[in-house]
Design a protein around this ligand. Structure first.
Ligand code: NAP
Length: 261
């Protein structure tokens, strides 16, 4: 009996944190993984070395630059030939509380955050969806023609008083994911969105060890924030196992720290 073809996955922001954990778990499930990073090549090479299996490769791009996203996609397609799973995980977070940020810095934060966290993923979704919809196959009915998993944030719902552009970028990503789920379901392309609360990664480290640490932990009835592996497990479920009827879902992963209705 012939083996099913090996799935190809592109994970953005795979050099560190949640993206690294997702890349490792996808490789453990047999996927060939394109690991994207921005500038931290040493961390990206360490992540690549941690993946079981062969054929994985690194690709660099700044998601705030639309042309760089297209270049990234072209490079990945040239190397891999086909991408079945895209995980939009890379993002930036910068404090810019409204009352303590001057106007120039405020504008800069909004432009950079929306470019990296919303426009970059939107551009990658566009490129990936068009390629998935026209991929020659073979077509696996359960897996669909392709899957997109977008990593959002609890902040899209709860608000981000210290980083409103970040919260807005993630609210936009939620809406983008749901619009794409509607647009792409007829092509058997499925779109999922994850909304984690605080996760123990570089992005959160400064806050989890700083003056707000006690207040942040107190938000969590589990008594701890999430581990990157827990978010990765859910992302891999969406990428490989979730039923098609879950397309369009936004999945909360915040340890009951924020229960939306
Ligand atoms: N940590 C949390 O508490 C938390 C909570 C909710 C949601 N999230 C979301 O989870 C995802 C992963 O977060 P994380 O905590 O794992 O982040 P992280 O540890 O800070 O890692 C960020 C990753 O994104 C890449 N990146 C940063 N800026 C980029 C840019 N302009 N263009 C392209 N890539 C860029 C980094 O590449 P380099 O290594 O090359 O810099 C790195 O691989 C993000 O979408 C984040 O918003 C995180």
């Amino acid at each position: 009996m012939s083996q099913p073809p090996r799935l190809h996955a592109l994970v953005t922001g795979a050099s560190r944190g949640i993206g690294r954990a997702i890349a490792i778990q996808l490789a453990q499930r047999g996927c060939r993984v394109a690991l994207h990073f921005q500038k931290n090549r040493a961390a990206a090479e360490a992540a690549l070395a941690a993946l079981p299996g062969t054929g994985h490769a690194l690709f660099a791009a700044d998601f705030a630059d639309g042309a760089a996203v297209e270049r990234l996609w072209d490079e990945v397609m040239a190397a891999f030939g086909r991408i079945d799973v895209v995980v939009n995980n890379a993002a930036v977070y910068g404090d810019h509380a409204p009352l303590t940020t001057d106007y120039a810095a405020w504008q800069q934060e909004w432009q950079h955050t929306l470019a990296a966290n919303l426009l970059g993923p939107a551009n990658l979704c566009h490129l990936a969806a068009r390629a998935m919809a026209t991929a020659p196959g073979p077509f696996d009915a359960a897996q669909g023609r392709g899957r997109i998993v977008n990593i959002s944030s609890r902040g899209a719902f709860r608000g981000e008083p210290h980083a409103p552009a970040y919260g807005a970028s993630k609210a936009g990503l939620n809406s983008l994911s749901q619009s794409l789920a509607l647009a792409l379901a007829p092509q058997s392309i499925y779109v999922f969105c994850l909304a984690p609360g605080w996760v123990d990664t570089d992005m959160a480290a400064e806050y989890l060890t700083g003056p707000r640490a006690a207040e942040i932990r107190a938000q969590h009835p589990l008594g701890r924030v999430a581990a990157a592996d827990e978010i990765a497990r859910t992302a891999v479920f969406c990428a490989l196992d979730a039923p098609a009827t879950m397309t369009g879902s936004i999945i909360d992963l915040n340890g009951a720290s924020y229960l939306r209705t």
